[in-house]
Design a protein around this ligand. Structure first.
Ligand code: ATP
Length: 304
């Protein structure tokens, strides 16, 4: 471990019933002889401030303990570190409703294994995406998934967890027309009703959307749904659920460093599972921008 020690940033509001894990991991890190501090967020956006402050204080590792929202805030805090200053490594402690990157990498969920990873894990350099001015580790999207994310009810998420995303998807399908927007990618302009730019293979945890995606290949995997309308979105949704998205008619899949959406303006954009920006949109990949702490024994390439 480099730097002053480990800073755990914990969102006490994150769902999943795993709040005690933070305390357990903290104690297990102390038992392993590590210098560790835990700080709870006080409001939305606080994890970003705490991460930036932690970097300034010289912590070597900053841990995002919560769901994808907390991970994204910690990432943005770390990416906001002033040029020339040391950027701590990021680590993940899954304690939220959804933790897509932790699930993709099969990171430990048990306190003892998590603590071993934090104290004696390996640092792996990964690419970071940027959607306008918001950084992401997993994915950004316009169209179908952003329409669903925009309709996730927080009270329902607290009650039923992941089920709130399914309810929001049905809600979006009922109200949205699945209209087309203009995408520029790889030197061509195409129309699409949904765009997903991802750095990882799976979407929302279990759904395989980009089998060739690697966290460290310097590329975004872009999936475009070319057909518009509700019926098309419904079909794509079924293909996604049944793991057959690659066979869906009208689907385009490519690898690129940059993709843009110019019009229409004002479409919501989901970034790591929350609406963080709107079109016009430029999504790009920043190769090897961040060190991620992974278990010491983890293989270099993730299994497909
Ligand atoms: N102390 C706090 N009080 C209220 N909201 C907070 C607090 N700390 C963080 N938040 C907000 O809570 C939101 C949800 O957090 P997070 O994503 O970590 O957990 P989750 O909702 O369980 O998981 P997921 O987003 O993966 O479904 C974040 O967008 C964050 O801004």
């Amino acid at each position: 471990m480099t730097g002053r020690g480990i800073l755990i940033i914990h969102n006490p509001q994150a769902g999943g019933g795993r709040r005690r894990i933070v305390e357990d991991v903290h104690q297990a890190c102390v038992a392993l002889g590590a210098e560790v501090e835990s700080r709870a967020t006080r409001c939305p956006g606080d994890a970003e401030t705490l991460a930036r402050e932690g970097a300034g204080e010289g912590f070597g590792t900053v841990v995002a303990a919560g769901g994808d929202g907390t991970v994204n805030e910690v990432l943005n805090g770390l990416m906001g570190v002033a040029p020339g200053a040391a950027r701590p490594a990021m680590a993940l402690l899954p304690a939220g409703t959804v933790n897509v990157l932790a699930a993709e990498l099969e990171l430990p969920r048990e306190p003892a294994a998590s603590a071993a990873m934090l104290v004696a894990g390996r640092r792996r350099r990964i690419d970071v995406g940027r959607a306008n001015d918001r950084f992401f580790v997993s994915c950004a999207g316009v169209g179908a998934d952003a329409a669903a994310v925009a309709r996730v009810s927080l009270p329902l998420k607290r009650m039923v967890g992941r089920g709130a995303y399914a309810a929001a998807a049905v809600h979006a399908l009922a109200l949205e027309a699945g209209r087309l927007f203009g995408v520029e990618v790889g030197g061509q302009r195409v129309e699409a009703s949904a765009l997903l730019a991802t750095n990882i293979k799976r979407y929302a945890g279990p759904c395989l959307v980009a089998p060739a995606a690697l966290l460290d290949d310097g590329l975004l995997d872009v999936v475009l749904a070319r057909s518009g309308g509700r019926a098309a979105w419904f079909r794509y949704g079924l293909h996604l659920l049944f793991g057959t998205l690659r066979d869906a008619p009208g689907l385009m899949h490519l690898q690129t460093r940059r993709v843009t959406v110019a019009d229409p303006p004002g479409l919501p954009v989901q970034v790591d599972g929350d609406i963080r920006t709107h079109t016009p949109l430029a999504i790009e990949i920043i190769p090897a921008a961040l060190e991620l702490v992974v278990p010491a024994a983890m293989p270099v390439a993730e299994a497909p």
